[in-house]
Design a protein around this ligand. Sequence first.
Ligand code: 13P
Length: 254
Amino acid sequence: MRRPFVAGNWKMNMTRQSSVELAEAIAAGLSSDIDVAVCPPSVYLDAVSKSLAGSQVGIGAQNIYHEASGAFTGEISAEMILDLGCRYVILGHSERRNVLSESNADVNQKLKTALAAGLVPIVCLGELLEQREAGETLQVIQEQFDGSFEAITAEQMRSCVIAYEPVWAIGTGKVATPDQAEEVHADIRRIMTERFDSETADAVRIQYGGSVKPDNATELMSQPNIDGALVGGASLKADSFLAIISASQQTQTT
Ligand code: 13P
């Protein structure tokens, strides 16, 4: 049985003060025992980490650089985010792939660095609208998977979380239907079975991301291959994020 995992990706939002207030409100309102994390902007990781000390809410960064240290102006290493209390790191988010031109090879390098550092990577995969309309979704996911997880062992794979985030559903209010999401999630599990084995495929949690809200979370999380959510906009308010967490918890027990 995979333990549900709901993470909030705050992207480039919030202030130092509102970050701390949001983190505290989430920790105070949490009444479930599934895995929960918040991923604030890197400059607020320290403040959020301090305010969540001793709570059940984990912390993740939104990116790292693959090198350990050196002359890489503006970049942040795996060790640096570990030092601030992070357990997770989001890699290959579609905004990094599509806005900041990150390639599968870049994601793969960062993934190896994150795993070597003992972080839990949340690796994002997802197709563009034109790729879905052209019937290329499963092919795109396969290519992203192959490139992002190149030379990763089964044991390393079991330390990863995957987030399926169709790009056309991110920040648009156009959520994938439960059937559309489930089809891709099941396909990602098939890809992992073919590449590794069924134990590995069964063990890895696959979050859905893209306009997850309290009113659509239950139906999405009820799908057999959807193991939680990577939430953007609705994670910026404690009430809506907590409602999504409750929905994920309930689908585990029903
Ligand atoms: P929204 O929930 O705002 O659509 O964002 C999803 C996302 O990109 C999470 O990483």
